[in-house]
Design a protein around this ligand. Structure first.
Ligand code: CS2
Ligand code: MN
Length: 352
């Protein structure tokens, strides 16, 4: 297991490379050019800049998260051709600085979705929270309209400045079914995986978070069966996975340790974190510790260990603790604690 830590870039992250370097057993940053819009080719000088910054701290830049997929690719529009071409050129450029894994996702419109970014827990810490009743059976176009009239209803991802774009996107997806999304994913992979192979970069899809359809938008990276289907589209190690325990684990029917055991040779990047699922299906992110949530993190790590996992791993999100001011889910303290928990389990397994 090779430990890495997500970093949003100079001036874009309150965590410094010095701090990351001091987390035991952490060898690299997980990075992206967040200022480049989805679909555009990444500029080489900006890529080199990150490489120089990381080099100066002895950290590697082997893992990129994410090279985002343009909505037109997910929608299967004719304009996808240009965006796929740009994606291939970005892969080629990233290989020049030694990138080994590209994490991406195929979720329409939203990436991860929560209803509260700072839900207070009993110990005074806060964490990302998902409350189903705020989302289930709601017509997104209705919601767009209501938020337009009353901004106190805003949720993460629904900021007033995004509403016009959201409205348009929801319309674009109106007739897109799950099967359409599968076909568009297949098309993308058939184009991109050969280029990834040629440049020795593993593509690693991130599961949907939460792993079920939201607002009538299809979501397909949600369970074991669907992951098997994805892997069969292009049967190559370069068509691989980012296995995110917290994303998939929000559905109690997903047995994460068993997925790790089944897909071990196709997992290039492990995202490890815990969530606590309530009886009504709502969930909150917790510390990494097994006892604090619903996922058996000990067994997840054990499954990786049993399989001699040599891929990259990172603590996924963390809580906000010790009054840290940070990006939701991306504080330094709780993620660093998470790393120590993961190493604690790993190191004792090594001794057994
Ligand atoms: C997720 C995503 O793993 C995570 O932190 O919350 O934001 C993830 O980075 C993307 O889905 C990967 O494409
Ligand atoms: Mn994740």
């Amino acid at each position: 297991m090779r430990m890495v830590f997500r970093w949003f870039g100079e001036g874009n992250d309150h965590v410094s490379l010095n701090e990351i370097k001091q987390i035991p057993g952490t060898e690299g940053i997980v990075w992206a050019l967040h200022e480049v819009p989805a679909g555009e080719e990444w500029p080489m000088d900006k890529i080199n800049e990150v490489k120089e910054q990381a080099d100066a701290h002895g950290l590697n830049i082997d893992v990129v998260e994410s090279v985002n997929v343009h909505e037109d690719i997910k929608l299967g529009l004719p304009s996808r051709e240009q965006y796929i071409e740009n994606y291939k050129r970005t892969i080629e450029k990233l290989s020049k600085v030694g990138v080994k894994v590209i994490c991406y996702n195929f979720m329409p419109v939203f990436d991860w979705l929560r209803t509260d970014l700072a839900k207070e827990m009993n110990d005074g810490s806060t964490a990302l929270f998902y409350e189903g009743s705020k989302i289930h059976n709601i017509d997104p176009l209705d919601l767009v309209k209501k938020i337009g009239e009353d901004s106190s209803m805003t949720m993460p991802g629904w900021e007033p400045e995004r509403l016009a774009a959201l409205n348009e996107l929801f319309h674009a997806y109106k007739d897109v079914t799950e099967e359409d999304l599968w076909e568009n994913l297949r098309y993308f992979l058939e184009e991109v995986i050969p280029v990834a192979e040629q440049h020795d970069i593993k593509m690693a899809i991130h599961p949907d978070d939460p792993p079920w359809p939201i607002f009538g938008l299809p979501r397909i990276m949600t369970n074991k069966e669907n992951i098997e289907r994805l892997l069969s589209f292009v049967d190559s190690p370069y068509n691989g996975l980012t296995l995110c325990s917290g994303s998939l684990g929000a559905n109690p029917a997903n047995d994460i340790p068993s997925m790790v055991r089944s897909f071990a040779d196709r997992i290039h990047f492990a995202h490890i974190r815990n969530v606590k699922i309530f009886d009504n299906g709502d969930f909150i992110e917790t510390s990494h510790r097994t006892q604090d949530g619903s996922i058996d993190i000990y067994d997840v790590v054990k499954a990786y260990h049993e399989n001699g996992f040599t891929g990259y791993a990172r603590p996924d999100h963390g809580r906000h603790i010790w009054d840290e001011e940070c990006r939701p889910g991306y504080g330094l303290y709780d993620r660093a604690l998470g790393i120590m928990y993961l190493w604690g389990i790993w190191d004792s397994l090594e001794r057994m």
